[in-house]
Design a protein around this ligand. Structure first.
Ligand code: ADP
Length: 490
């Protein structure tokens, strides 16, 4: 019994706590703007500490009944939520484009991608097994069962306003946890719309609570969750400094943490690669969401003998990318999320050029389109002295680094504190095996640029964080193991 909504129905301007839409206790509000134009889309409730506390109160009250619900009943609610997301994919896609700026086709694609996690975890909800431990002593039975950890706080970024929160809420609800959430200040509307659909799908009051906060209010709101012993887990996607802060601040109550942080992904093109395939893979992985994803290649290493040829092939394709607002159906790259983001891109490119990089295409802002646009850029002669080699640019910029041999490429790729995604192109089976083993990353794309899937474990190593989202492993972060030891049985 699904329902199709209009955009105006889905734009919610209050917090969702205990099954109701409520204003902030402080009465404060903040503006959400369209990054393509700077226009205000909506003025919404600005949640602080007291609102965060109210959300935790509701989630803690709702936990026992949701934990004890039959897995198949939780699964049925998630399947209804999934159906509503699909039925409203167009309008949700438009909402994503409106507040985040990505082209409509990508916005709609994100809805399907986010929804795929909901369907996946709906199915997984019914497959959470424990173990009967082989008997060790007569008269004693030992078993291990998996239980939901309790109230989960989900904090998400702006680059995938639907998918990031869906892939946190879905496994949490599937295993019987209840949720308090806070989306990014740039893009709270999609998350609020998603929660509205979850409510329509039958998620009971208190099981899923969402507050929106400006960047300023987010700090005390999230701090309340970090210090509240009832919140048993934090799941976060965002920057490494904020991830480390959450780990430090939550240490007092020793919560379980999943941190999906910055990437600085390497992309290596060996001289035995299929160069056409490598260019295709790089375009897919680099320019998705205008380069604003944590798995976007940030450093592209190309072997000397194919360096010039690869640079030319790539620059031709990148120069042809259509930059336009999401309202233009031909758009392939939209505006960057905000002024801070474009300034960082410009700073990285200017720094690289001042240190000897050559722009094969792009290298400038596109001010005629609006303040937040940057031209898709390919920079040749990049070196490790440049800022863009050690910091994520998070924009449509491809720096091409040169390397001589495999050992040098591996060393350069791993020479970073981060380890989320990595990619390489080669047709040599032995090299594929060697390089896959040596790359220090949670994800390796081998002759493939599109790595995300609900069936695969997504997550990093080193300072890219810990925990995995999606796949059969994605439930573990929301479960704890209880050991039962029953005596007196003989
Ligand atoms: P980005 O740089 O991409 O905005 P952030 O890590 O700053 O990434 O933001 C990711 C999420 O973390 C957002 O929801 C943001 O509001 C939240 N956030 C940022 N700083 C803090 C903080 N000090 N305390 C709590 N939440 C924060």
């Amino acid at each position: 019994m699904a329902t199709k909504f209009e955009l105006s129905d889905l734009i919610r301007t209050e917090h969702f706590i205990d099954g109701k839409w409520v204003a902030s206790i402080s009465g404060k509000r903040f503006d959400v703007t369209n990054p393509a134009t700077g226009e205000v889309i909506a003025t919404i409730a600005d949640g602080g500490e007291a609102d965060a506390r109210a959300a935790t109160d509701a989630a803690a009250r709702a936990f026992p009944a949701w934990r004890d619900a039959l897995p198949k009943d939780r699964a049925a609610v998630l399947h209804r939520w999934h159906a509503l997301m699909l039925e409203n994919a167009d309008v949700l896609g438009r909402l994503i484009s409106l507040e985040q700026g990505k082209p409509f086709a990508e916005g709609r694609g994100e809805v399907l991608y986010g929804a795929s996690y909901v369907a996946w975890f709906a199915d997984e909800a019914t497959r959470i097994y424990g173990d009967l431990i082989p008997q060790q002593q007569r008269g004693k039975r030992m078993s291990a069962v998996k239980e939901p950890v309790g109230v989960v706080a989900a904090i998400t970024p702006w680059n995938f306003p639907l998918a990031m929160i869906a892939r946190k809420i879905a496994p949490a609800l599937a295993v019987g946890c209840t949720v308090v959430g806070k989306p990014a200040e740039d893009t709270p509307l999609t998350a609020l719309a998603l929660v509205m659909l979850a409510h329509e799908a039958g998620v009971p009051p208190g099981v899923l609570n969402l507050i929106a906060s400006s960047r300023e209010s987010a700090v005390p709101a999230v701090a309340d969750w970090l210090h509240d012993g009832r919140v048993r887990k934090i799941t976060f996607t965002g920057s490494t400094p904020v991830g480390k802060y959450l780990a430090r601040e939550s240490a007092e109550t020793l919560k379980k943490l999943s941190l999906e942080l910055g990437g600085n992904a390497p992309f290596i093109v060996f001289d035995d690669a299929d160069l056409d395939a490598a260019v295709d893979g790089l375009l897919v992985s680099k320019f998705r969401n205008g380069g604003q994803t944590c798995v976007c290649p940030n450093r592209v290493y190309v072997q000397t003998s194919v360096y010039e040829k690869f640079g030319d092939m790539l620059a031709k394709r990148v120069a042809a990318l259509k930059v336009a607002p999401a309202t233009d159906s031909a758009a392939q790259i939209g505006p960057m999320i905000n002024a801070r983001a474009v300034d960082k891109i410009a700073r990285h490119v200017d720094d690289a050029v001042s240190k000897g990089a050559r722009a094969l295409t792009g290298g400038k802002r596109l001010t005629a389109l609006g303040p937040n646009y940057y031209a898709p850029t390919v920079l040749a002669d990049a070196t490790s002295e440049m800022q863009l080699s050690c910091e994520e640019t998070f924009g449509p910029v491809v720096p091409l680094f040169r390397f001589e041999d495999e050992a040098e490429a591996i060393h350069a790729a791993n020479d970073t504190p981060f380890g989320l995604a990595s990619y390489f192109y080669s047709q040599d089976v032995r090299r594929i095996d060697r390089v896959s083993r040596q790359l220090e990353a949670g994800i390796v794309g081998i002759n493939e640029g599109a790595i995300s899937s609900e069936a695969a474990p997504f997550g990093g190593v080193k300072e890219s964080g810990y925990g995995r989202e999606g796949s059969k492993y994605g439930l573990d972060d929301y479960l704890s193991i209880k050991y039962l030891c029953q005596g007196g049985l003989d």
